[in-house]
Design a protein around this ligand. Structure first.
Ligand SMILES: *[C@@H]1O[C@H](CO)[C@@H](O)[C@H](O)[C@H]1NC(C)=O
Ligand SMILES: *[C@@H]1O[C@H](CO)[C@@H](O)[C@H](O)[C@H]1NC(C)=O
Ligand SMILES: *[C@@H]1O[C@H](CO)[C@@H](O)[C@H](O)[C@H]1NC(C)=O
Length: 974
C-alpha cells in the first residue's frame, strides 16, 4: 500500500514509534536528533516526514532526507522528491490514467503474471463531475467539457469546470410582501432572462468558489437533475462504465460518482483527513490534484497543490513529485481584527498584502497570534487565493481551530484524539500563541490585522473605495465636488434641504444621504456564510435592542440559493431579518440589475422635490449609476451587515464610532458596536449550523450515490473487456513488445526530422485541446468509425482514445513548421516531398521503419500541462527532441515517455549549425549513460555537433532505458 519497505531494511526503522498501545506506528523525525527539525517550517516538516517514510533508496534517498533537514541551506538549490498521501483526479484527467493502468494489466497478464497485482501505488480519488453537461437547465449557462483547455490546474480554467455543479442563480418567483410600497409589489423577473443583460451571472458563478470554499449543493434530485443525469448517462455511458469497473477492479481507487459535487468541494468536505491511517501507520494527509482549487486544502493543514494530468498519473504510479526545495515565506498575523470587518474583508486584505509582497513560486506558511482568529473557512478561502499571488501553497498548520472544524465532520472523538496526539508527537501541531514554537522562515511578512479596515464602494463606481470610518466626510465631499465620479455638486445652501412626506399615514423626512434602498444579496463577494451570518446575527441583536428600519426604505434579502435561506433559517436569524423588513425576495440577482420593485411614489416625489442625492446600499458585487432606480443617485456596495446597519441608520452620512445607529422607543441610544456580533459568535454559528450541515449533506449524497450510478452495469473482470467499437475508451499501445529484460540503449540511426520548429512551441501546439477540426486526421478516424461531426466531441473528452489523441498531436492550426511556409498542422514527408498531416507523415515513416526526431528552438514545451504532450509524440514514433532549451516540466514529461530531450550546446542552434532539417540524423548512445551526458549527432550531410542529454538524475536514465515510466512500472511486475 505504501512505499514503505516493512522489512528491517528500512533505513529509518529506528524512528518508528507507536500510539494507541502499540497499535499504530509512525515515523518520528524528531528521533533524527537534529535540532534543525524544530526550526523547520511545518510545511517542510510534512515533506520531510514523507521522505523518511517513503525512503526506498530509489525514488527517495537518505540524501533527500538530509537535504530536507538542511532546508535552511539547501532551499532553492536542490530538488527533493515528495510522495503525497493521495492523488485527486477528475474524470477528464482520470480517464487516460486509468486506461493506461488497465492496459498495463493486459501487458502483465501476457507474461503470465497475476494482473490483479497492478494497482495504483498512491491512493487515488477520482471524482466524476466534469462530464456533466447542463442539457436541461433553463439557464443560459452551458458548460462544454473543458473548453479549449489543458488538463493542468491553470487558474483561468478551473472555475468554469465546476460551474455546473454550483448553485445557479434563479429568478425568484414569489415577490409578495415587499416593503417600500403600501400596495403590492411588482413582479420579479428572472434576471438571467432579462433582455439586454449581459450574462453577468456567468462571471458571478465563476467567481463564487474563490471566496466561498464550503457550500451546500442547492439542488436535490429535482426533475432537472434527473433529466441531466439521464443525458449524462447516455452521452458518457462508456466512460462511466469504465470508471465503475475501475472502482471495483483496482485497489486504492475510490470513485466518487457523478452529482456528488465538484472536485474541490468533495475534496474539502469529504476526502480530507488531516492524517491518514494505512497499513498500520499514521502520517499526515497530503495531496496533489488536477483541480485548480487543490490549494484550498492547505487551509486545513493539508499540504497539497495542483499538477497536470500526466504528472498526477506518474504520482499514481508511484513516482514522487520532484520539486525544487522551496523558500517558505512566513506570514505573521498580529493585531486584532477590527470590529466591523467581515471574513471577506480579511481574506481580501491578506491577499492584497501577499500580492504586493512578490512571493511567486514560494510556499507561504501562516503563523503568529492572529492566526487563531481565522476560522477554517477563512483559511481555506485564503489558501484558495494562492493563484492571485502565485504562491505554490498557503499553508495553515493544524491547530485547535482545525480540530474544532473536524469535530463537525464525522470524526469520532477517538479519531480526533489520535490525530491530535500524532500531530503533537511529530511537532506538526501549532499553538500560534507560543512564539517559542515559531520556525525560521526564508523571510517574514507581518500583517497587522487591525490595519485591515472595512470599506464600502461608491457612490457611482465599484472601484471607488471609501473606508467606513470616513464615510460621513466622504459623502459630504461628494455633495461639494463638481459633478463627476465622486461628485454631485450640490450648492451649500441646498445641502441642508429636508423634504417631509407621508408614507402609509405617517410623516417622514428625506435629506441628502438618506437611504431608500437596502438590499442584502448573497452573491459572489458575499456568499461566504460567515458574512451572511454576521448580518443575520446583527439583525437579531438590532431587533432585540429595539431598533427598527424606516418602513419607506425598500429592503430586500436575496440569499443566492435555497441553502443560504436554509442556514439563515436553522440558525434562527431569518425572522429577525424579516422583522427589519429584509424579506427573502428570491434567489436571482434581483436588485443589482435593477429588478427592484418601484419606490413608493411619495419617496420619489420627495427626492425630486428636494433634488436630493438619495442612496441605495447593497451587498452585490456590481452596480452602475442609476441602475437601482433612476432617482437614486448614490449607490454604495457594502458588506451584508453594513447594509443592515445603513438601513437602520437611514442615512450614509453617519460616523458609526461617534453617532448612534438609532434610538429606541425608550430613548436609548444604540451604537453599531453594541449590536455587531463577535467573531467567535459568528464562527461558532457557522461551524454549528453551516459546516455540519454541509458535511451531512455531502455524506448523504455520497452514501446514496445515485440511482443512475448504482444501475450502471459493469463487468466483474480483473482485465477490462475493451469494446473494440468504443471511440472513447481504447487500450493504448504503450506496452507493445514489452520484454521482461531492459533492452540495451538504442541508438538513433538515420532519423528524419518529423518537424522543424522555431522558438516557444507550447503544449497547445503539441497537443491541442478543444474541438476536433473536420478536416483533421482525428476527424478522418472518427468518420471511419461512422461518427458524424456532431458526435466528434472534443480532444479533451477523447483522452481515453489514443488513436484520436495521436492524430491530434501537432494538429494545431497555430503550429509554425519551418518545412511549411504557413502555420498549420502539416509537415513535409521528406522522402516523397509531399505535404501531409503530421500524423500521416509519421505513420508513413513508421511503416518504413524510419526513426524520427524533432528539431526546435527555445523554450520547447512551455504552457499548460497536457496529458498527451509526450504520449502523443511517443506514439508518432518520435525518439528525441533536439531544442535550444526546454521547459523543465515538459522535459520531465518527455523523459517519462522515454523520449530523449537533447539540448544544443549554449549559443548553438539549427541555424548556427546550418542545418536545413532535411538531413538524416544519427545519435549513437554509449553502453551506459550518465546524467547530463554529451552526445554526438552526425548528419547525412557529414556535419557533426554535440548535444546535452537532459537526464538530470539516475532515475531519469533508468526511465529512459525502460522506455518511459509506464513500461518501467509494468516491468516491476514482471
Ligand atoms: C497593530 O496596529 C494597531 C493599530 O494601528 C496597533 O495599536 C497595534 O499595536 C499593532 N499591533 C502590533 C502587534 O503591531
Ligand atoms: C503571477 O504569474 C503570472 C504569470 O506567470 C504573471 O503574469 C503575474 O504577474 C504574476 N503575479 C504576481 C503577483 O506575481
Ligand atoms: C456519520 O455520523 C452519523 C451520526 O453519528 C452516522 O449516523 C453516520 O452513519 C455517519 N456516516 C459515516 C459515513 O460515517
Amino acid at each position: 500500500v505504501m512505499n514503505v519497505c516493512l522489512s528491517t531494511e528500512h533505513p529509518y526503522n529506528h524512528l518508528i514509534e507507536t500510539l494507541n498501545d502499540g497499535r499504530i506506528k509512525y515515523f518520528n523525525p524528531q528521533k533524527l536528533n537534529d535540532q534543525r527539525y524544530d526550526k523547520l517550517p511545518l510545511s517542510i516538516r510534512v515533506l520531510l516526514e514523507a521522505a523518511v517514510r517513503n525512503c526506498d533508496g530509489f525514488y527517495t534517498k537518505e540524501e533527500d532526507v538530509q537535504n530536507l533537514l538542511d532546508w535552511q541551506q539547501q532551499q532553492c538549490k536542490t530538488e527533493v522528491p515528495f510522495t503525497p498521501a493521495r492523488v485527486l483526479l477528475q474524470d477528464f484527467t482520470g480517464i487516460p490514467a486509468m486506461v493506461d493502468l488497465a492496459a498495463m494489466r493486459d501487458a502483465v497478464a501476457k507474461h503470465g503474471v497475476d494482473p490483479s497485482l497492478v494497482n495504483p501505488k498512491c491512493p487515488t480519488d477520482l471524482i466524476v463531475d466534469h462530464s456533466l453537461q447542463i442539457d436541461y437547465s433553463k439557464c443560459a449557462i452551458q458548460n462544454t467539457p473543458n473548453p479549449g483547455g489543458g488538463d493542468g490546474p491553470s487558474q483561468n480554467q478551473g472555475p468554469s469546470r465546476s460551474a455546473p455543479s454550483r448553485p445557479l442563480p434563479r429568478g425568484g418567483s414569489h415577490c409578495g410582501g415587499q416593503r417600500g410600497t403600501c400596495s403590492k409589489a411588482a413582479a420579479c423577473s428572472d434576471p438571467l432572462a432579462s433582455p439586454g443583460q449581459p450574462p453577468a451571472s456567468v462571471q458571478q458563478i465563476e467567481n463564487t468558489p474563490l471566496l466561498c470554499p464550503f457550500h451546500l449543493k442547492p439542488v436535490s434530485e429535482t426533475e432537472t437533475t434527473l433529466k441531466n443525469q439521464g443525458m449524462e448517462l447516455i452521452r458518457n455511458k462508456e466512460r462511466l462504465q469504465f470508471f465503475k469497473w475501475c472502482s471495483k477492479a483496482f485497489k486504492n481507487v475510490n470513485v466518487v460518482p457523478p452529482d456528488v459535487g465538484a472536485v474541490h468541494q468533495v475534496n474539502l468536505e469529504y476526502l480530507s483527513r488531516v492524517v491518514q491511517v494505512r497499513g498500520g501507520f499514521i502520517y499526515p494527509d497530503s495531496v496533489v490534484g488536477t483541480d485548480s482549487h487543490t490549494t484550498m486544502i492547505n487551509g486545513l493543514g493539508i499540504l497539497g497543490w495542483g499538477v497536470g494530468g500526466i504528472e498526477s498519473e506518474a504520482v499514481m504510479l508511484g513516482q514522487p513529485v520532484s520539486l525544487t526545495l522551496p523558500q517558505v515565506v512566513g506570514c505573521k498575523l498580529v493585531g486584532s481584527i477590527n470590529p466591523l470587518t467581515t471574513s471577506i474583508d480579511i481574506v481580501l486584505g491578506i491577499t492584497k498584502h501577499l500580492r504586493q509582497a512578490g512571493i511567486a513560486g514560494k510556499f507561504v506558511e501562516f503563523f503568529g497570534p492572529g492566526v487563531s482568529q481565522l476560522s477554517a473557512p477563512d483559511r481555506t478561502t485564503i489558501a484558495n487565493m494562492c493563484p492571485e499571488y502565485n504562491a505554490t501553497v498557503s499553508f495553515f498548520p493544524v491547530d485547535q481551530v482545525t480540530i474544532k472544524h473536524f469535530k463537525k465532520t464525522n470524526f469520532t472523538q477517538e479519531k480526533l484524539e489520535l490525530l491530535e496526539s500524532y500531530m503533537r508527537a511529530v511537532k506538526l501541531f501549532r499553538c500560534f500563541d507560543d512564539p517559542s514554537e515559531d520556525p525560521q522562515y526564508s523571510e517574514v511578512i507581518e500583517i497587522n490585522l487591525s490595519s485591515i479596515v472595512p470599506y464600502v464602494s461608491g457612490p457611482k463606481r465599484p472601484q471607488d473605495r471609501v473606508a467606513v470610518c470616513s464615510m460621513k466626510e466622504d459623502f459630504q465631499s461628494c455633495l461639494d465636488e463638481k459633478v463627476g465620479f465622486k461628485g454631485f455638486h450640490i450648492s451649500k445652501e441646498k445641502q441642508e434641504t429636508r423634504v417631509p412626506f407621508l408614507h402609509c399615514g405617517r410623516e417622514y423626512q428625506l435629506a441628502h444621504g438618506s437611504v431608500v434602498i437596502a438590499a442584502v444579496i448573497s452573491c459572489t463577494n458575499n456568499c461566504n456564510p460567515a458574512v451572511m451570518l454576521t448580518a443575520g446575527l446583527m439583525a437579531k441583536k438590532a431587533v432585540e435592542a429595539g431598533l427598527v428600519v424606516k418602513p419607506y426604505i425598500r429592503t430586500s434579502l436575496a440569499p443566492g440559493s435555497g441553502m443560504v435561506t436554509h442556514y439563515l433559517s436553522t440558525s434562527g436569524v431569518l425572522p429577525y431579518f424579516s422583522q427589519l423588513g429584509f424579506e427573502v425576495i428570491g434567489y436571482g440577482c434581483a436588485t443589482c440589475i435593477g429588478n427592484t420593485a418601484p419606490l413608493p411614489e411619495a419617496v420619489v416625489d420627495a427626492i425630486k422635490q428636494g433634488d436630493l442625492v438619495a442612496c441605495g446600499v447593497l451587498s452585490g458585487n456590481r452596480h452602475f449609476e442609476g441602475r437601482l432606480c433612476d432617482c437614486v443617485r448614490a449607490n454604495y456596495l457594502a458588506s451584508p451587515p453594513l447594509v443592515v446597519a445603513y438601513a437602520i441608520a437611514g442615512t450614509v452620512g453617519i460616523n458609526f464610532e461617534k453617532e448612534p445607529l438609532g434610538v429606541t422607543s425608550e430613548g436609548k441610544e444604540v451604537y453599531l458596536r453594541d449590536i455587531w456580533p463577535s467573531r467567535e459568535e459568528v464562527q461558532q454559528t457557522e461551524e454549528d449550523m453551516v459546516i455540519s450541515s454541509i458535511f451531512k449533506d455531502v455524506r448523504g449524497r455520497m452514501d446514496k450515490g445515485n440511482t443512475f450510478w448504482n444501475n450502471i452495469d459493469c463487468p466483474e473482470s480483473i482485465l477490462f473487456p475493451w469494446d473494440h467499437k468504443s471511440t472513447y475508451i481504447r487500450s493504448p499501445c504503450f506496452f507493445s513488445k514489452l520484454s521482461k529484460e531492459v533492452p540495451p540503449p538504442q541508438s538513433i540511426e538515420n532519423a528524419h526530422a518529423l518537424l522543424f520548429l522555431g522558438d516557444k512551441v507550447t503544449t497547445d501546439h503539441i497537443s491541442p485541446a478543444g474541438s476536433i477540426a473536420r478536416v483533421s486526421a482525428a476527424a478522418k478516424y472518427l468518420q471511419s468509425k461512422r461518427l458524424t461531426p456532431r458526435e466528434f466531441n472534443s480532444y479533451g473528452a477523447r483522452r481515453g482514445n489514443d488513436a484520436v489523441m495521436t492524430r491530434g498531436t501537432f494538429a494545431s492550426i497555430k503550429l509554425q513548421n519551418r518545412f511549411i511556409g504557413k502555420s498549420g498542422p502539416k509537415t513535409l514527408h521528406i522522402p516523397s516531398g509531399q505535404t501531409l498531416d503530421v500524423f500521416e507523415a509519421a505513420e508513413r515513416y513508421q511503416r518504413d521503419g524510419i526513426h524520427l526526431i524533432i528539431l526546435a528552438g527555445k523554450d520547447y514545451g512551455s504552457g499548460n500541462s497536457r496529458d498527451w504532450v509526450a504520449k502523443g509524440p511517443y506514439l508518432l514514433g518520435v525518439r528525441a527532441v533536439i531544442a535550444e532549451s526546454f521547459e523543465k516540466l515538459h522535459k520531465n514529461q518527455l523523459v517519462g515517455m522515454g523520449i530523449m530531450p537533447l539540448e544544443f550546446l549554449p549559443g548553438q542552434n539549427a541555424d548556427s549549425l546550418e542545418l536545413n532539417g532535411k538531413e538524416r540524423f544519427t545519435i549513437t548512445l554509449p553502453e551506459s549513460l550518465s546524467p547530463r551526458q554529451q552526445l554526438n549527432v552526425n548528419t547525412s550531410q557529414g556535419k557533426s555537433f554535440i548535444v546535452t542529454a537532459l537526464f538530470d538524475t539516475e532515475m531519469d536514465i533508468i526511465l529512459f532505458q525502460h522506455g518511459g515510466l509506464l513500461r518501467y512500472v509494468a516491468r516491476t511486475f514482471l
